[in-house]
Ligand binder design. Sequence first.
Ligand code: NAD
Length: 437
Amino acid sequence: MKIAIVGTGYVGLVTGACFAETGIDVTCIDIDAEKIEQLRRGIIPIYEPGLDDLVASNMKAGRLQFTTSLPEVIGNVEIIFSAVGTPPDETGCADLKHVFEVARQIGRTLNGYKVIVTKSTVPVGTSRRVAGIIAEELSRRGESHPFDVVSNPEFLKEGDAIADFSKPDRIVVGVESERAKALMESLYKPFSDNGHAMICMDVASAEMTKYAANAMLATRISFMNDIANLCEIVGANVNMVRKGISFDERIGDKFLNPGCGYGGSCFPKDVKALASTGREQGYEMRVIQAVDRVNEEQKRIVFEKLSRHYNADLQEKRIAVWGLSYKPQTDDMRDAPALVVVEALLDAGCRVCVYDPVAMEVARRHFGDRVEYAKDIYAAAEGAEAILLLTEWKEFRIPDWERVRRAVKSPLVIDGRNIYDRAELQNLGFSYMGIGV
Ligand code: NAD
């Protein structure tokens, strides 16, 4: 089988490499010529554990190619995945211009039966609009070729993307033709044979499933942040509360960690897009709107704790920021709480020194020379009047606190992910603030 993946980002590249690993022939396409050139030279443009080896071995085996030209590839493949970005537009709706541009390109070059798979996260009705665009382009050419548009949303987590793709909890496929369903079943057979369930449904339900999944997870986080904030006011400890509820099988222990807000390329934009879909349909998604509002406020909470501690006088204070990516094991800073916190610190006149194990290059593109970049957490802490922990990287878990204590000017730790022990830090002479503890 031969397939093409259009859009070679976090999802497209992982999807391409993991499918190539099953023995099929995969061509990844991107309009970013520099990215394609890097990939051809074996350079992986993102940080994702294990991806470099997977890409290298499949390129070596001749199963994984990279190009900027969709027309060059389209004649030879049976399935075309579209995995381009769907960022929010200024109103919060998913911006579908890349998705529709890919549909137009496909319509201009389609030459026989193909299955077009929407892998990007798109609002209900998008795959139908993609089919309409392809049909329009075909009729403009005066040609008629059969095709099916399928929805196959992706549930991988950055940082664990290869394991998530290779051993998915479930594979959701929205498909309304037997011919396309048979092709999708044979493509995913190596996964379904290993017990990973493929759930087929109508296209609209598959599109909605992706938003419902992300919105549910985001809801758990915002819910716990709301509980955490109230815990602080009433003198309860949210870490205990979390334990206390997580043993209830109906609740479970996943996605219940309070903190300084969720970020990343999915939850914030997907929650906003779902609320927008509701509004477009004349239905207010009240829970989802609240989830978004709580999160936007939560992203400022670390800064506000700092500001209160110093009575809003932060001018010229040197502040260390530990962790920039929206979560560990990725360099992705899209919508990361660190963006909000660092901007608030700069607005308040602070001198900011940042450190992240892998996101420093990405950070440089955001902040330029407005912040200092440290080589490790200890260098970041040098002369600092507070340490703000924003990402729970494993290597931040057990710092040499004596060394940190010697480095800082004022021993204050604001723990945006509740990974440190208040008593331990207080014994070492630090002031400690967590979230809801
Ligand atoms: P990304 O920004 O990393 O990658 C998108 C790629 O598409 C870019 O390289 C861009 O150059 C390319 N592109 C844009 N227009 C193109 C065109 N016309 N032709 C060819 N290439 C084009 O995005 P991503 O994080 O991989 O996300 C892709 C989609 O998958 C989004 O809808 C996202 O919501 C969804 N998703 C993302 C994740 C995640 O963890 N990142 C998880 C599940 C689903």
